[in-house]
Design a binder for this molecule. Structure first.
Ligand code: TYM
Length: 333
């Protein structure tokens, strides 16, 4: 039954698989607090990280750190359900069912699968292949309306919609069909050393700014960022990818357009551009880094929050899972 009064549901996740980058922050994390009138769930997608080999101790550490980072970025863990994907078994349970409604051909066309299979040629595992099905399960379990992500995840949200529509066509309106929410201008922050490539937490440290980098590291990395030799500050991603990437970073954090950011710096050199970017990034990230350290220092408080929020998520997820089990014909005494 369509209920027009229903509050919107927002869901997103981040993998605790490396140092989170300024790309994760601008493309995703920063937008998560932009839905004050919705019910929001944000998970640490720890099950997804296992598709690539992880050091177990590092993974545990990074998961706790990401939980603290969500809160440090302004997400109130009472208003938002911040939790760990593996604490809610319904994610893996729904993924099994949806695996049976997803085609091999669809999964083998996923760009990220193709990229990652090249990068990890010695470990092209079944989990890596079925990764988008687990992501679809994350989203569909909560009857999600909106999925804020960077542009690299758009294809995965689209396949999630396809799977949901296929399932609904067979069994009636089981799943809400989600929409991706992508802020166009800042949906893809590029590498500092190779500005035609996405900034990624799995690349070498000097190619990205980590959200938790010190001010000195931020200044040093931005100073070294690749630009070009024509010396003009202009937003032109095709011909000037390095300068344009710096303008995107600057403008996203100042909530202006990249063109307006370029205008403000007219007549100045790249040194001035880099200084403006570095100081703006430092101004944004310093309070986050400080809050993150405080939150992480209270480990008992953090753990209590995670246990409480996993219970909240579990209660919601169970409802959808029960409905799915019933629809497909699994016997329930
Ligand atoms: P992940 O962990 O790779 O990235 C987390 C979020 O950051 C965005 N992002 C970027 N945005 C702009 N510029 C960049 N350079 C950049 N790098 C990363 C990503 O688009 C993403 O929004 N599969 C997902 C995690 C996930 C998920 C979900 C997301 C699991 N379940 C359900 C949404 C809904 C992933 O690996 O993101």
């Amino acid at each position: 039954m369509e209920n027009t009064e229903k509050r919107k549901v927002v869901f997103s996740g981040i993998q605790p698989s490396g140092n989170l980058t300024l790309g994760n922050y601008i493309g995703a994390l920063r937008n998560f607090s932009g839905f004050p009138d919705a019910d929001c769930l944000y998970c640490m997608a720890d099950l997804h990280t296992l598709t690539v080999r992880q050091d177990p101790a590092q993974l545990r550490k990074r998961t706790a750190s990401l939980a603290a980072l969500y809160v440090a970025c302004g997400l109130d863990p009472e208003k938002n359900i911040i939790y760990c994907q593996s604490h809610v078994p319904a994610h893996a349970e729904l993924a099994w069912i949806l695996n049976c409604y997803t085609y091999m051909g669809e999964m083998s066309r996923m760009t990220q699968f193709k990229d990652k299979s090249q990068k990890h040629a010695d470990n092209i595992n079944v989990g890596l292949f079925a990764y988008p099905v687990l992501m679809a399960s994350d989203i569909l379990l909560y009857q999600t309306d909106i999925v804020p992500v960077g542009v690299d995840q758009k294809q995965h949200v689209e396949i999630c919609r396809d799977i949901a529509q296929r399932f609904n066509a067979l069994y009636g309106d089981v799943f809400t069909i989600p929409e991706p929410y992508i802020r166009k201008a800042s949906a893809k922050i590029m590498s500092l050393s190779e500005p035609t490539k996405k900034m990624s937490k799995s690349d070498p440290e000097d190619t990205y700014i980590a959200i938790l980098d010190s001010p000195d590291d931020i200044r040093r990395k931005i100073k070294r960022a690749v630009t070009d030799s024509d010396g003009e500050i202009r937003y032109d991603p095709e011909n000037k990818p390095g300068v344009s990437n710096l303008l995107v970073i600057l403008s996203a954090l100042k909530n202006i357009t990249p063109e307006a950011a370029a205008q403000e710096l007219q007549g100045l050199g790249y040194g001035a551009l880099k200084e403006a970017v570095a100081e703006t990034v430092i101004g944004e990230l310093t309070p986050i880094r400080q809050r993150h350290a405080e939150i992480l220092a209270d480990r008992d408080g953090l753990n209590a929050m995670l246990i409480h929020n996993a219970e909240r998520a579990q209660a919601l997820a169970r409802k959808t899972l029960r409905k799915v089990y019933k629809k497909v014909g699994l016997y329930q005494p």
